[in-house]
Design a protein around this ligand. Structure first.
Ligand code: CP
Length: 326
């Protein structure tokens, strides 16, 4: 067990080693057990977290805020558009100043080509840990919760399990690529074979895919990229299918929508789930475009673990905050 996390930032999935992620999961299960038993666990009494949002959220905001309260501390919700950031406070100033008021700074900023750079700059100028609540490149807390959920459903030894990370159609907006990118970076370290499925116009960032391939080689797991949803689903243990925008190809909303609309048949339904193993689980970080990305039959069905997945955001985030901010 590696416990050297105090004072550390968590911005990319790979900022914590595999052993450090295992420590986070150990602590997360302990905190989950304590909450279930009603055992107080105020490891961050009198500590404060700044939660700075440039983008909307339901689960991330709620789970960080609830988590800080359960740890005995306080989380302050700060929206960029209602602060002087809107009028010119720079990332350096935010790091310097919020770092003096708070014991941790958590940021969500998903603007393409901007979000990760912003969070990294804040971290360079902050004297307290900076936590990435999702940027344009990574969504590391989502993937810690996903890993915890997969281990709860499939066991701690995941070697040989087939994880399908698939694009799915959505009509609402061009969603970030951070979830699939973080999945293909984090999961090879835990022994899963990765199948990445998407239409040709929806590639992930080439550097991220190369890094993921290199990790797959290092950890001796499979890594395949296909453009056929049915082929990807065959014999899968875990189906993780969600929409993302064609942002590597275009950031123009109209052109993006035109490309998305070519693939309306990329939906997770009962027929496709039947191609996977009988005991396969269905995962989605939510929000989902119901009956567009995934049918209600699957989303609400017995193979879906989306509510456990959402719950585990709370436990992994509390674990990381307790380990980095104590
Ligand atoms: N999964 C997730 O990050 O949800 P929110 O966008 O609601 O925070």
């Amino acid at each position: 067990m590696q416990t050297n996390l105090r004072g550390r930032d968590f911005i990319s999935d790979l900022d914590f080693s595999k052993e450090e992620v295992e420590t986070v999961l150990d602590v997360a299960w302990d905190l989950k057990r304590k909450r279930a038993l009603g055992i107080p666990h105020p490891y961050l009494r009198d500590k404060t977290l700044a939660m700075l949002f440039f983008y909307s959220s339901t689960r991330t905001r709620s789970s960080f805020e609830a988590g800080m309260a359960q740890l005995g501390g306080h989380a302050a919700f700060i929206e960029s558009r209602t602060t002087q950031i809107h009028h010119g406070d720079t990332a350096k100033e935010i790091g310097e100043i919020l770092g003096r008021y708070f014991d941790g700074i958590a940021i969500r900023h998903v603007d393409w080509g901007i979000g990760n750079k912003y969070i990294t700059t804040v971290a360079q100028h902050s004297r307290v840990p900076v936590l990435n609540m999702q940027c344009d490149i990574y969504h590391p807390f989502q993937i810690l919760a996903d890993l915890m959920t997969i281990m709860e459903k499939k066991g701690r030894n995941l070697r040989g399990k087939r994880l399908v990370v698939s694009w799915a159609y959505a009509a609402s907006y061009l969603k970030p690529v951070s979830v699939p990118q973080s999945l293909i970076l984090q999961m090879p370290r835990f022994g899963m074979d990765i199948v990445l499925a998407h239409p040709p116009e929806f590639p992930l960032m080439p550097d991220i895919v190369e890094e993921a391939k290199s990790l797959a080689r290092k950890y001796r797991v499979g890594f395949d990229i296909v453009d056929d949803m049915d082929a990807a689903f065959k014999d899968a243990d875990i189906i993780y299918a969600k929409s993302w925008g064609p942002l590597v190809v275009t950031t123009d909303p109209e052109e993006g929508k035109r490309l998305q609309d070519k693939y309306k048949d990329w939906i997770v339904d009962a027929r496709r789930m039947a191609l996977a193993k009988e005991d396969a689980i269905y995962m989605h970080p939510l929000p989902a475009d119901r009956d567009i990305e995934v049918t209600s039959e699957v989303l609400d069905g017995p193979q879906s673990v989306v509510y456990d997945e959402a719950e585990n955001r709370l436990h992994v985030q509390k674990a990381v905050m307790a380990l980095t901010m104590a």
